[in-house]
Design a protein around this ligand. Structure first.
Ligand code: NAP
Length: 447
């Protein structure tokens, strides 16, 4: 890599010590963007565009006190990283998980800049959350936590400032509690959050959007290779929102999904999941159970504790759980066993080293910032519906989602197709997402 790249990365590491995920995400982008700027737009280097994108516009950190069911006081730490508002209000999910820290949220917020730009919608980048573990908490505990969290967060967000959504540990129930508290504090009914319930401003297809969008993207990747999803074997990781709807859409499209997983291990169903089987998994998750053994008692399947789906041969791998869940040995196994497509439902699920191995292989690889953009895209559509006071039909939203995913795919092809004919989707997504925000930054001056 060039002197510019080395100097840039050195500075990032000095400025963000102890933030490995954030540095990983920036490095992944800089490896494509700096050579692109050196060759095509040196003025972006002079204007320090990438340095400015790498510095959050604002980071808010706050105490969240709440009382558990036993009457004990609990204290968590909440955050909102307002990364970039060049092309629209800050937009990105809230994550409730004990693994939440500033490094994780800054990486997610940074990725969100490029993802949101790729959707073509006017959305800036942000991310937030808390080191709160919603697992094994009662509904009342979740509600009290959400109310306390929103009491502080409400000072920093607004329909034209920052519009959060869900992420790991934050689903429709949590969004409902957060929305109710915002409305109580501000005495106004505005589209301040997306992913809301459908009776109070939520968009149809928003729960399904990330998983469905992932499959619309994969469909296009296969089409590029004159292939289709019909009859393909797919391994999925995770069993939450993204994993469930990715599996459902894959099954609808004629593929055979053979795994789901959670933080305890992997569930393998060699006959393939059906829609009913996925609904069973969804019900388990909704009642707060992570015990896949309940599934193995009913269906011919095996649960392997402590393992990930990447021990089973497949045609297509869809990591849909969390960051850095697919490492070098997993990547090598997938390549050796004939996998020809990896598309990320989760954000940054491949480690940096795994990514290098995958990129050297013939596997078609789609990064999360492109392949999982369907969720934020429909969040953007929810914001539009809220602004004009309408509720669009399922068919209309689904068609718009499909169109956006296909457009993102075409952007990746435009900027990522190499002379050999191979498509570097990561490079395509990085450059395609970058150009729009870079242009906006130059136009808006040094602010
Ligand atoms: P979710 O509904 O909370 O589900 C997360 C799933 O991942 C659960 O099955 C969870 O298992 C599993 N998981 C979490 N940590 C794990 C670990 N260390 N090892 C193995 N499995 C683990 O969250 P989600 O909304 O589906 O989000 C999943 C991923 O997609 C995240 O990377 C998120 O940032 C990304 N994403 C989500 C959206 C969206 O619209 N929701 C949009 C774009 C990207 P346990 O139940 O055992 O914890």
């Amino acid at each position: 890599m060039s002197k510019t790249f080395n100097a840039f990365l050195k500075n990032i590491k000095v400025k963000n010590p102890n933030e490995p995920e954030f540095i990983q995400a920036i490095t992944e982008v800089a490896e494509d963007i700096i050579p692109f700027m050196e060759e095509s737009c040196p003025e972006y280097i002079d204007s320090k565009v990438l340095e400015r994108l790498s510095e959050p516009e604002r980071v808010v950190s706050f105490r969240v006190c709440w009382v558990d069911d036993k009457g004990h006081v609990q204290i968590n730490r909440g955050y909102r990283v307002q990364m970039n508002s060049l092309i629209g209000p800050y937009k990105g999910g809230l994550r409730f998980s004990p693994s939440v820290n500033l490094s994780v949220l800054k990486f997610l917020a940074f990725e969100q800049i490029f993802k949101n730009s790729l959707t073509g919608l006017p959305l800036g980048g942000g991310k937030g959350g808390a080191d709160f573990d919603p697992r094994n908490k009662s509904d009342n505990e979740i509600m009290r936590f959400c109310q306390s969290f929103m009491t502080e967060l409400s000072k920093h967000i607004g329909p034209n400032i920052d519009v959060p959504a869900g992420d790991i540990g934050v689903g429709e129930r949590e969004i409902g509690f957060l929305f109710g508290q915002y409305k109580r504090i501000k005495n106004e009914f505005t589209g301040i959050l997306t992913g809301k319930g459908q009776h109070f401003g939520g968009s149809l297809i928003r729960p399904e959007a990330t998983g469905y969008g992932l499959l619309y993207f994969v469909e296009k990747m296969l089409y590029e290779k004159n292939l289709s999803l019909k009859g393909k074997t797919i391994t999925v990781s995770g069993s939450g929102n993204v994993a469930q709807y990715a599996a459902i859409k894959a099954i609808h499209m004629g593929a055979k999904v053979i795994t789901v997983s959670n933080s305890d291990g992997v569930l393998y169903d060699k006959d393939g999941f059906t829609i009913d089987k996925i609904h069973f998994i969804a019900k388990l998750k909704a009642k707060g159970s992570r015990d896949f053994k309940e599934y193995t008692k009913l269906y011919n399947s095996t649960f392997t504790a402590g393992k990930k789906p990447w021990i089973y041969p497949c045609d297509i791998a869809l990591p849909c759980a969390t960051e850095n869940e697919l490492d070098v040995s997993d990547a090598k196994f997938l390549i050796k066993s004939g996998c020809f497509c990896i598309a990320e439902g989760a954000n940054m699920p491949c480690t940096a080293d795994a990514l290098k191995v995958i990129q050297k292989s013939s596997i078609a690889y789609a990064p999360g910032k492109a392949a999982n953009a369907g969720g934020v895209a429909v969040s953007g559509l929810e914001m539009s519906q809220n602004r004009i006071g309408q509720c669009w039909s399922e068919e209309k939203v689904d068609n718009k989602l499909k169109h956006i995913m296909h457009q993102i795919h075409d952007t990746c092809i435009h900027y990522g197709k190499e002379e050999s004919g191979k498509v570097n989707y990561l490079k395509g997504a990085n450059i395609g997402g970058f150009i729009k925000v870079a242009e906006a930054m130059i136009a808006q001056g040094i602010v």
